[in-house]
Design a protein. Structure first.
Length: 140
């Protein structure tokens, strides 16, 4: 199995409730390694660019407001099968549908304020990592 990298965000609902450490612990326990990490506060325009793929969806404006409302923690995770593994630990988008033990089941407040983001494939992982980190900031 190849070692992969994926992009992860601890969203504002989680940073606000002081859950960053608890969420990172779950990712680490699943075998993912944090190889880059920083705390930032996005502008609405920066959030809009990140979520551009959703710009026609009814929740787009609300999502961009939310993601720029308070600081977030952005990170690069590395490990075997990291993209799928991260999505597995995160759980379903809607916490009501998420499996027991997943981050969203334990911590998410709603389908919108759902505590974490994770890349959904190799191409988006690469793009999203490059949007937030320079090569020098990623230390494997
Ligand atoms: P993410 O991109 O954040 O990792 O989440 P995801 O793949 O599980 O979900 P996606 O369909 O890509 O949606 C991106 C984010 O938009 C918000 N959302 N709100 N109000 C709604 O119906 C709704 N649906 C999605 C969530 O914050 C979701 O994570
Ligand atoms: Mg997504």
């Amino acid at each position: 199995m190849a070692i992969e990298r994926t992009f992860s965000i601890v969203k504002p609902d989680a940073t606000r409730r002081n859950l960053t450490g608890a969420i990172v612990a779950k990712l680490e326990q699943a075998g993912l390694r944090v190889v880059a990490q920083k705390r930032i506060h996005l502008t609405k325009a920066q959030a809009g660019k990140f979520y551009e793929v959703h710009k026609e969806r009814p929740f787009y404006d609300e999502l961009c407001e939310f993601m720029s409302s308070e600081p977030i923690v952005v990170q690069v995770l590395e490990g075997e099968n990291a993209i799928a593994k991260n999505r597995e630990v995160m759980g379903a988008t809607n916490p009501a549908d998420a499996d027991a033990g997943t981050i969203r089941k334990e911590y998410a407040l709603s389908i919108g304020e759902n505590s974490v983001h994770g890349s959904d494939g190799p191409d988006t992982a690469k793009e999203e990592i490059a949007y937030f980190f320079s090569g020098l900031e990623i230390v494997g």
